[in-house]
Write a protein that binds this ligand. Sequence first.
Ligand code: F6R
Length: 241
Amino acid sequence: MEIVIVNDADTAGTVVADIFDHAVRSGARTLGLATGSSPLSVYRELARRHREEGLSFAGLQAFLLDEYVGLPDGHPESYAQVIRTELVNHLDLDSARVFSPNGTTGDPFGAAAAYDRAIAANGPVDVQLLGIGANGHIGFNEPTSSLTSRTRVKTLTEQTRIDNARFFESLDDVPRHVITQGLGTICDAGHLVMIATGEHKADAIAAAVEGPLAAVCPASVLQLHPHATVVVDEAAASKLQ
Ligand code: F6R
């Protein structure tokens, strides 16, 4: 695993954008996208490079990590909608080729399995962006998720619902279930790139990078991956040995 420690959050975003820029210019076909706050500096920088430096995403496809179950199509906090607003609308990436789990069907279990099959059939993901939860989750693989899990329905922990309540009017509005790529699915990607900034991520980063490989810290699965890069600011790195 490669660990890159930089001064601040904006620089972390630029370093991760460099990795995606290089992948795109070197012929990557499939990007893996994440939502949440951590990727926003990356997305802003990629949009700037598209606008000002001709970085083109034409012909690429992308798969999201996860989606809430039960938010209607077009809900501003559905991850399909968030990724349009934060990234796709600012690039020449064809929105019809940006895929996410379908959280709106009556059969989320079937939708999860179908999404896993779609990634296997159309992937692999060349470069996968990841954030990390304060409890070490990646995607929505909460602690004790199997390290070989596939895309499936998961119940959010109360802590993750509280963490995500800032995007909703109230905690009650945060869905209880999600469809998430499994840890095994995520690890099928060629290159995993995790970004974490801020002191509230320091324990999770220490556990993921230097702790034992263990399902209690799902992000520790990166230790098994042949090509994983973790980009952190000094605050998120502050509990590394
Ligand atoms: C979102 C996702 C989550 C977030 C994590 C950190 O698609 O996969 O694992 O990356 O919850 O969220 P932020 O970046 O908001 O702290």
